[in-house]
Ligand binder design. Structure first.
Ligand code: 6PG
Length: 478
């Protein structure tokens, strides 16, 4: 009997996703480059279930029903191209190759065209939710060949996380052609970077600003997770503050080296924002904060040389905690606003008909950035599909306004105490820049025209102008 679904790559994400598909009543054929891994899976976690272990890609393709659906969960990069090239001669017209990795969207653009030219269908699908999400219900962001979606829809929506009052709305909808799915996943990851950085800033301010202990931090995050900040990342952060190290009995978080790694999706989003000319400052700040953390030894040396303020916090502690919560919420809104602006710019550039309300829905459950407030984002884009900036949706205009006094106090306090809060401060700078009808770029354009004759436009007449600044200037004092 032939299987409903094929999966390549039995690392933990692959295994878990395969188990998820099987648990919804589908039979699954699996293949891993290292044969032992396949055998181990079949006799282990897959034992007694509707799985077929395959030792070659040929076997895998042969054991599938048409149109065949083969999903790769392998390391993004050349391995994907290599598998595609091996699959193409084995598959038939209408069969579908799916890439569920964190692939750079431009690779997916290229591969979709390439695979379609061979008569097959291709889907670059963003998969989020970590190990547990893969097993129990990830968020899925499918893009690629449009003709693939009707074939994939049933299985994908069956395995995806569910949200809504009756837990029946799947976090999986068709995103758009070619690389759109992977682009949306990349923006998800960039937002994830921002969320994590902002939570870390909140932690550092509460720890070093007002001296909260891990027990107290646990309570603060527990409370935040019951309100408008409710989200997966706040929840796991709360949990982290309760975990004791098995070796020493101390809190484990205090034993973890403060040097962050990164696999690249945040950097991509930041690079692509620069290419598009859109200010996605939060993800960029988050990437740089990781870079600065990574030079631990240099920081240890500098800490012995460079001085900061000696101030300590004198205000009301309880109120400061509320202000940090406000700073976190307001900055988070800015971060999402920037992410959606980047999506809009990318959609325009690549001709992807993205539905932003759907994007918010996909991120409502299953994924790492899942949060209650994504319901509000969905509502905002449902009410106005062409919403220029999330900040202009009445709900968010109001939320930021309510939070801004606390937010400003936190940024001021961080500067006074010498505690770094680049995301909170940068988000505020974006807000203050975006909400101003005037910015100092009149001076900037004057400078460019002065030294380089770059020309300028005027606010009182049409046309392009150049001035002889040097001739017209006041003679400086000798
Ligand atoms: C997810 C995650 C997942 C992973 C990323 C980010 O959505 O499940 O985003 O894809 O955590 O690779 O990882 P880095 O922090 O290592 O860049």
């Amino acid at each position: 009997e032939q299987c409903d679904f094929g999966l390549i790559g039995l690392a933990v994400m692959g295994e878990n996703l395969a188990l998820n598909v099987e648990s919804r009543g589908y039979s699954v054929a699996v293949y891993n480059r290292t044969t032992e891994k396949t055998d181990e899976f079949i006799s282990g976690r897959a034992a007694g279930k509707k799985f077929v272990g395959c030792h070659t890609l040929e076997d895998l393709v042969k054991s599938l029903k048409a149109p065949r659906k083969v999903m790769m969960l392998v390391k993004a990069g050349p391995a994907v191209d290599s598998i595609i090239d091996q699959l193409i001669p084995l598959m038939d017209k209408g069969d579908i190759i799916i890439d569920g990795g964190n692939t750079l969207y431009s690779d997916t653009e290229r591969r979709t065209k390439y695979v379609e030219e061979q008569g097959l269908l291709y889907s670059g699908t963003g998969v989020s939710g970590g190990e547990e999400g893969a097993l129990k219900g990830p968020s899925l962001m499918p893009g690629g060949s449009e003709a693939a979606w009707p074939e994939l829809k049933e299985i994908f929506q069956a395995i995806a996380a569910k949200v809504g009052p009756n837990d029946d709305i799947p976090c999986c909808e068709w995103v758009g052609p070619r690389g759109a799915g992977h682009y949306v996943k990349m923006v998800h990851n960039g937002i994830e970077y921002g969320d994590m950085q902002m939570i870390c800033e909140a932690y550092f301010l509460l720890k070093h600003g007002i001296g909260l202990t891990n027990e107290e931090l646990y309570d603060v995050f527990d409370e935040w997770n019951r309100g408008f900040l409710q989200s997966y990342l706040i929840e796991i952060t709360r949990d982290i503050f309760s975990v004791k190290d098995e070796k020493t009995g101390d809190f484990l978080v205090d034993k973890v080296l403060d040097a962050a790694g990164a696999k690249g999706t945040g950097k991509w989003m930041s690079q692509l924002a620069l290419d598009l000319g859109v200010p996605s400052t939060l993800v960029t700040t988050a990437v740089y904060a990781r870079s600065l953390s990574a030079v631990k030894e240099a920081r240890v040396r500098a800490s012995k040389v460079l001085a900061g303020p000696k101030e300590s916090y004198t205000g009301d502690k309880k109120q400061f905690i509320e202000h940090v919560r406000d700073a976190l919420y307001a900055s988070k809104i800015i971060s999402y606003a920037q992410g959606f602006v980047q999506l809009q710019a990318a959609a325009a550039e690549h001709d992807w008909p993205l539905n932003y309300g759907d994007c918010a829905l996909l991120w409502r459950g299953g994924c790492i950035i899942r949060a209650q407030f994504l319901d509000r984002i969905k509502e905002a884009f449902d009410a106005d599909p062409n919403l220029e900036n999330l900040l202009l949706a009445p709900y968010f205009t109001d939320a930021i306004d309510k939070a801004q006094a606390g937010w400003r106090n936190v940024v001021t306090t961080a500067a006074t105490l010498g505690v770094p809060a680049p995301a909170f401060a940068g988000a505020l700078a974006y807000y203050d820049g975006y909400r101003r009808a005037d910015l100092p770029a009149n001076l900037l354009q004057s400078q460019r025209d002065y030294f380089g004759a770059h020309t300028f436009k005027r606010n009182d007449m049409e046309g392009t102008f150049h001035a002889e600044w040097l001739k017209l200037r006041k003679e400086p004092k000798a």
